[in-house]
Design a protein around this ligand. Structure first.
Ligand code: SAM
Length: 248
């Protein structure tokens, strides 16, 4: 069972997300366990203060180190090997490749969700990894932690139902996903491509792969440069380039 833990001042956000859809199903199936720890429970005093003014002055508050040190110590006290991951816009940018790596990590993943101007720099001594979900600044680390946990849970075998699969999703197979259609076969003059209505599995697979390659070439060509393409992919790309530009 894969174990995820978070330390946060907003535990209810996590309970809400973990209590629905694929996250809930994965937990109900015993594939994952979620532990949500309230940072305030590790703060001292009647007011359970978790932030303080910055040394050196300036606007904003900083998350105090003591509650975070105590929370991490508490989570780790059961001896389960734990990777501590701080959410930070200054961290390494999270990708599907990172998600695959975290899904393979056999230990517990413990996420620290910052707030305010961030955490006291000394907290970094507790941290194995700093991850960012992109080059923008959010109000807190809760959404980034949920983004990462969601992406990792989807990759755990059995977390998605039989009818769903992560294997062909964008980035998994080195390309973007192919276009999807459902009924009706025609809507406002827009028709579902013939190949998908054919019932011919080989033809459908070929159409989908070709569309995935075409989309990736148009939107994210750099992904194809990193990928080792099969002879069939090369043939499809040649066809696409001839159709689009009249030559390959
Ligand atoms: N002062 C920090 C800076 O400029 O780097 C930004 C602090 S931000 C307002 C508060 C918290 O939100 C951060 O400590 C971090 O936990 C989280 N956060 C914000 N943007 C993020 C991002 N792109 N990726 C991951 N975490 C982020």
């Amino acid at each position: 069972m894969k174990s995820f833990a978070v330390v946060t001042i907003f535990p209810e956000l996590f309970h809400a997300y973990f209590g629905m859809s694929i996250m809930k199903r994965a937990a109900d199936k015993g594939l994952v366990r979620f532990g949500v720890f309230n940072q305030r429970d590790f703060a001292e005093g009647r007011h359970k203060v978790v932030d303080d003014y910055p040394y050196g002055g300036g606007p904003g508050m900083v998350m105090k180190p003591e509650p975070l040190f105590r929370a991490v110590e508490h989570v780790k006290s059961d001896g389960v090997p734990t990777r501590v991951i701080l959410m930070s816009p200054q961290g390494r940018v999270f990708t599907q490749a990172e998600a695959k790596g975290l899904a393979l990590d056999s230990g517990r993943l413990l996420f620290l969700a910052g707030r305010y101007e961030g955490v006291d720099e000394r907290v970094l001594s507790l941290v194995d990894d700093e991850l960012s979900i992109g080059d923008y600044v959010l109000t807190g680390g809760e959404l980034p932690a949920l983004v990462i946990i969601d992406a990792v849970v989807r990759l755990i075998p059995g977390a998605l139902g039989d009818e769903e699969s992560s294997a062909e999703e964008s980035f998994q197979a080195g390309t973007l996903d192919f276009p999807h259609y459902t009924r009706p076969a025609e809507w406002m003059g827009m028709k579902v491509p013939e190949a998908l209505l054919s019932g011919n599995h080989a033809e459908i697979a070929r159409w989908r792969r070709k569309q995935a390659l075409k989309r990736t070439l148009a939107r994210r060509p750099e992904l194809l440069e990193k990928e080792t393409l099969s002879a069939q992919d090369m043939k499809l790309l040649k066809e696409i380039k001839e159709e689009e530009y009249g030559h390959d």
